[in-house]
Design a protein around this ligand. Structure first.
Ligand code: SF4
Length: 349
């Protein structure tokens, strides 16, 4: 199967004050690697501030990454030139005894914007209130120059509105005239109209009523089947992510701690953090589950400005050893397709 997106050693640091040598950074994304296959949904979960949204935006280069490599199909979109190239199996390529590094690259993203789209969490904030829905979608068409004529532009707007369950009358209305669910449909229509391959869905249902969430998630699934779309689906609600994803990646304080097939993550989590996330998911009544599946964990998430040394999770981990404070756990494939970063996986499981 074809890999649509490859992210290798992605880092995204943001300056947060200080000068010169004392300049401080928050390591929002710290050495994260994964790939997404064509037609697949990779779910990304973790508490707020864990770096999942930043990962989604950095891989689209809405933020210019601090370090790492991003590849779309066979095209390198970004390469800092400072991280090792990896082979098919994700192992570093060694040349003359040292890891071979990539070539510094930062392509013009304009031609790729059509193919790589994003749907934002908050349809209220991401739609311009002064523009009609037709103008909002039309703007995406114009920016990407995908309409052959005025008529074609009009047809595309109407067609995409129908695709997301709206109709031609809605084109002349303003965002405030819509419900939250309808507004998110407009957000999805704006992403879809340019005919993308890949969509970062950044908490697309978190701001919606529970009763509407399922409809929107189902629409994402139907669109995927019809159009062969690939998703990075970001959410803090594990039951939703589990429902829609083929594989799930779990993030904690800027790092990926575990990644595997959804069933593995849900029924046989290996990392202590993932285990505590899963134990917080109830079954049964979906109305109750939304509240309770909010992650319940002992202790506070440490400040991302000053994360614990070694394993970031160690201040909340009952298995922590001295080594956990000294060394950053390596990201390793412990079983086929099941990646974990923890020193003590074998002892714990
Ligand atoms: Fe816990 Fe240590 Fe594993 Fe981190 S590396 S999750 S602190 S056992």
């Amino acid at each position: 199967s074809e890999k649509i997106i490859r992210v290798e050693h992605l880092q995204q640091f943001f300056p947060v004050g200080g000068f010169g040598k004392n300049k401080k950074y928050v390591r929002a994304v710290d050495d994260v690697s994964f790939h997404i296959e064509k037609g697949e949904t990779l779910g990304l979960v973790g508490e707020s501030g864990c770096g999942k949204t930043t990962t989604g935006r950095s891989l689209l280069r809405l933020y210019e990454p601090t370090d790492g490599r991003i590849i779309y199909k066979d095209q390198v979109l970004f390469d800092s030139g400072k991280v090792p190239l990896v082979d098919e199996n994700g192992n570093d390529i060694i040349e003359n005894g040292v890891p071979k590094l990539g070539k510094k690259t930062a392509v013009n993203m304009y031609p790729y914007r059509k193919k790589l789209q994003i749907v934002f969490q908050d349809p209220y904030a991401s739609l311009d209130p002064r523009m009609t829905v037709g103008d909002i979608i039309g703007e995406a068409i114009d920016i990407n120059k995908i309409a052959a004529s005025k008529q074609d532009r009009h047809d595309k707007i109407i067609e995409v509105l129908k695709t997301v369950g709206l109709n031609s009358e809605h084109a002349n209305r303003y965002p405030h005239e819509f419900s939250g669910g309808q507004r998110q449909r407009v957000g999805i229509a704006r992403a879809l109209v340019v005919d993308p391959d890949f969509i970062v869905a950044d908490e697309p249902v978190s701001a919606l009523d529970v009763s509407i969430q399922a409809q929107v998630v189902n629409m994402f699934e139907d669109l995927q089947k019809e159009r062969g779309l690939t998703y990075l689906f970001i959410a803090h609600d594990l039951s939703i992510v589990n429902h829609i994803s083929n594989r799930i990646g779990v993030m904690y304080l800027g790092r990926m701690v575990e990644l595997s097939e959804s069933g593995e993550i849900i029924f046989r989590p290996l990392h202590p953090y993932t285990k505590s996330l899963i134990s917080a998911i109830p079954v049964a009544d979906p109305r109750v589950s939304r509240e309770r599946s909010r992650i319940v964990l002992e202790g506070e998430v440490p400040s991302p400005l000053n994360p614990p040394s070694g394993c970031h999770f160690r201040t909340r981990c009952k298995y922590a050893t001295e080594q956990c404070a000294m060394e950053v756990p390596k990201w390793r494939e412990v079983e086929k397709g099941h990646f974990v970063a923890c020193h003590n996986i074998e002892r714990i499981n």
